[in-house]
Design a protein around this ligand. Structure first.
Ligand code: SAH
Length: 230
């Protein structure tokens, strides 16, 4: 799948998507324990500032009807979209999303569905008071929110959606067993050392996990879920 992020701050996002699992998924490398070869994803960035036509490279302007703040201009974003996916053939499946606090709540279900259905995901990051509404209309885009709070920009939401959707794609995670639903099968995890001392208190790993009896471990995990998360 190709992700196309339209943002005024590509350098901030690129650091994230070039790291760790998403970074590896963009290279021609096999993941640890994965049988899928080749690139699994591409993440491309487009800065609306590069698509302006005035000498000042203006990407925002005052809102019609008055009121505080600035609004992101439509044309630089529309041109960036054209560059990203405008020339794709008809059969290619494209979904365009606008990051917006009043959009539909993004969920694990969206991540799964989009990973299954689309070849290209375009993510438009707003700043200031948001994006000229004509972008939504012209691109038949969907507004999505990552939660009931207001951030200063759409970059973090775009990263959340890219991350959650990418890990649903075949071969992105090392082994498919890590691909859990909203609640992990191992809700509580430990690693070495088995005994650690902090502020004079010794914290131990539950004995059952150190003994290698897989059936007992499975039962123990179930009990933890039952006692803590239901
Ligand atoms: N006054 C505006 C605030 C926009 S916040 C309003 O109330 O709608 C600036 C940008 O941050 C938005 O355009 C959007 O792209 C992004 N943003 C902020 N909170 C978000 C959220 N919860 N989910 C998705 N995008 C968000």
């Amino acid at each position: 799948m190709d992700f196309h992020v339209i943002t005024l701050f590509p350098q901030v996002c690129r650091l994230y998507t070039d790291s760790s699992i998403l970074g590896r998924a963009q290279k021609d490398k096999k993941g640890k324990g994965s049988k899928v070869r080749g690139k699994k994803i591409a993440v491309n960035y487009y800065n609306p500032r590069d698509f302006t036509e005035d000498p000042h490279c203006q990407v925002d302007d005052r809102p019609y009807g008055g009121g505080p703040g600035m609004v992101m201009k439509a044309l630089p974003i529309l041109r960036a979209w054209q560059k990203a996916v405008g020339r794709k053939r008809n059969k290619v499946k494209i979904k365009t999303l606008i990051m917006s606090p009043q959009g539909k709540q993004f969920t694990q279900e969206c991540a799964k569905r989009w990973a299954r259905k689309y070849d290209h995901l375009v993510l438009i990051c707003g700043r200031y008071e948001g994006v000229d509404h004509r972008v939504k209309v012209a691109l038949e885009a969907e507004e999505v929110s990552v939660g009931p709070y207001i951030l200063t920009g759409g970059e973090l939401p775009a990263m959340i959606i890219t991350d959650a959707t990418a890990r649903q794609l075949k071969g992105v995670l090392g082994s498919s067993s890590s691909l859990e639903d909203t609640r992990p099968a191992r809700p509580v995890v430990y690693t070495r050392p088995a005994k650690l001392k902090f502020k004079g208190v010794i914290h131990e790993v539950p004995q059952v996990l150190t003994e290698g009896n897989h059936l007992a471990i499975k039962e123990w995990n179930k009990t933890v879920v039952k006692n803590n998360f239901q």
